[in-house]
Design a protein around this ligand. Structure first.
Ligand code: SF4
Length: 486
């Protein structure tokens, strides 16, 4: 039986400790590779030479709780027929390093790279001359076909969203032909993980009680917004939703395997705004109170106003009721992509977030006993000290329960990547770090790798530290206190 290794490189954003999040990308791929009905569906949609699904021995190696590869004895990774690596931009040097080491040890193995960096910087990856396939777009639909092609020595023709290094040509259609509700559950692959390798601090920023690793739940693919700084619209030119019953099924299967904490990762789960409420009803009917905790990202925009416009009575009270309902099903908190407390800057980055809506959601969720985490960014073009002070003022007035302040890093393919107002101070992808991992969110060791028209990189670094201090002071805590940001 052919052996496939699915690998995630170390996390340079790790400061201390371990990662709490299970590797959703690798688990989804492993589940897709293991499902014969899903393979048959792919063959039906994309055409085939090999109509029969193969059986593989699949191993997941999640190195994300390591800071660098030197901490790992990789001799156990040398005897695979195919290695699939997923990588972000800041992990790409590690991915290249692992690939070249394993290739030297096992020249017959084939290597496929995927993940956000491969989708955004495909041409750059060709330069390394290392990877047999650079898989762009949604890997769940293409990787099982690529694996079958490679391991059966078939020509690369089926999945059209690949770069095939051998011919140096590609079709970048990034299309998706299969319903997302037919994707195998990521939780099918949980038995491939060693759960003792994951952090169990839980949702500390939301004062969570349950302590297990955290399962990431994907409820959609793609996004119908177009924020100037975001690469998601460049990667997916479609949007698909998972139905609520399927999401609930995923919760149940993780639960059966000992996982009690769930983080819904999509930015747009609250579109439409009643969707979280509908999920909470299903979860309430499925789990006894106190058995699970879950958190999700909520958009603070017109969706909220449209929802409230259909209700009679007081907006604040209606939202408190909404969050109370969620809380009964185990919801511990919400995260809001605020980005900045400067409304004119929000418009310039096309974020479509309303600050009054952020305040309303934050107050109502806190009133219902939920945690509220804000995501903020520093280093945007045009974001000067005046703008940073507006954000500090907004934090002081609203005080969320948790915060993640990230350095802005322009992604390839976004309008900011070639913006003349931005100067990269480093070309080393190892330095492309936006924010420490959750347990060390408020550490100030990271430095900005860009300067802008209005702030140099040192000022941007100071601005991040200033916002963290503002938050911690307002939380009545000492500077530098460690508190989880998830
Ligand atoms: S930041 Fe969020 S809402 Fe904006 S385009 Fe990206 S995924 Fe969509």
């Amino acid at each position: 039986m052919k052996r496939i290794l699915l690998l995630k490189p170390p996390s340079p954003t790790l400061v201390n400790g371990k990662i709490s999040k299970l590797p959703l990308e690798l688990m989804s791929l492993a589940s897709a590779l293991s499902s014969k009905p899903f393979y048959n569906l792919l063959v039906e949609k994309y055409g085939s030479i090999d109509k029969k699904a193969s059986e593989y021995q699949i191993v997941i190696e999640d190195l994300s709780s390591l800071k660098s590869l030197s901490q790992k004895n990789i001799s156990s990774l040398e005897c695979f027929d195919l290695v699939g690596i997923t990588s972000t931009t800041s992990q790409i040097n590690q991915a290249v390093n692992i690939c070249s080491i394993l290739k030297e040890k096992n020249p017959n193995a084939k290597f496929v790279i995927g993940g956000p960096h491969a989708s955004l910087a495909k041409e750059q990856l060709l330069v390394y001359n290392l990877f047999d396939v650079i898989n762009v777009g949604e890997g769940i639909e293409s990787f099982p076909l690529i694996a079958s092609d490679i391991l059966n020595d078939a020509p690369f023709y089926r999945a059209e969203n690949i770069i095939y290094d051998g011919h140096r040509n590609y079709k970048d259609t990034s299309k998706s032909l299969v319903s997302i509700n037919n994707y195998p559950l990521s939780s099918n692959s949980i038995t491939l993980l060693d759960l003792s390798l994951y952090d169990t601090s839980g949702f500390i920023a939301h004062d969570g009680i349950i302590k297990t690793p955290i399962a990431l739940i994907q409820t959609s693919i793609g996004c119908n917004h177009n924020c100037s700084f975001c690469s998601i619209p460049q990667i997916y030119n479609y949007r698909k939703f998972v139905c609520l019953e399927r999401i609930c099924e995923e919760f149940i299967q993780y639960f059966k395997n000992g996982i009690r904490l769930f983080h819904i990762v999509d930015d747009t789960f609250s579109d439409p705004f009643g969707r979280p409420l509908e999920l909470s009803t299903l979860l309430n009917n499925t789990f006894r109170q106190g058995m699970i905790e879950w958190v999700f990202n909520i958009r603070a925009d017109d969706l909220v106003n449209r929802y409230l416009d259909n209700l009679s009575g007081n907006n604040f009270k209606n939202l408190v009721w909404y969050f109370n309902q969620l809380s009964k099903s185990g919801c511990r908190g919400i995260s809001i992509g605020v980005e900045t407390g400067d409304s004119s800057l929000l418009k310039r980055i096309n974020k479509r977030t309303s600050l009054s809506c952020v305040s309303l959601l934050t107050d109502a969720a806190k009133e219902a006993g939920l945690g509220v985490k804000w995501y903020l960014m520093v280093g945007l073009p045009g974001q000067n000290w005046n703008s940073i002070f507006k954000t500090a003022d907004f934090i002081t007035k609203n005080v969320p329960t948790g915060m993640a302040v990230s350095f802005f890093i322009p992604h390839i393919g976004t309008e900011f990547f070639s913006d003349k107002r931005i100067k990269f101070e480093s070309n080393n992808f190892n330095d492309f770090l936006s924010c420490p991992e959750p347990k060390d969110r408020y550490q100030k060791t990271l430095k900005s790798i860009i300067s802008t028209d209005v702030m140099n990189n040192e000022e941007i670094t100071k601005a991040r530290n200033f916002l963290i201090d503002t938050f911690l002071e307002n939380k009545g805590k000492k500077q530098g206190v460690e508190k989880c940001g998830l």
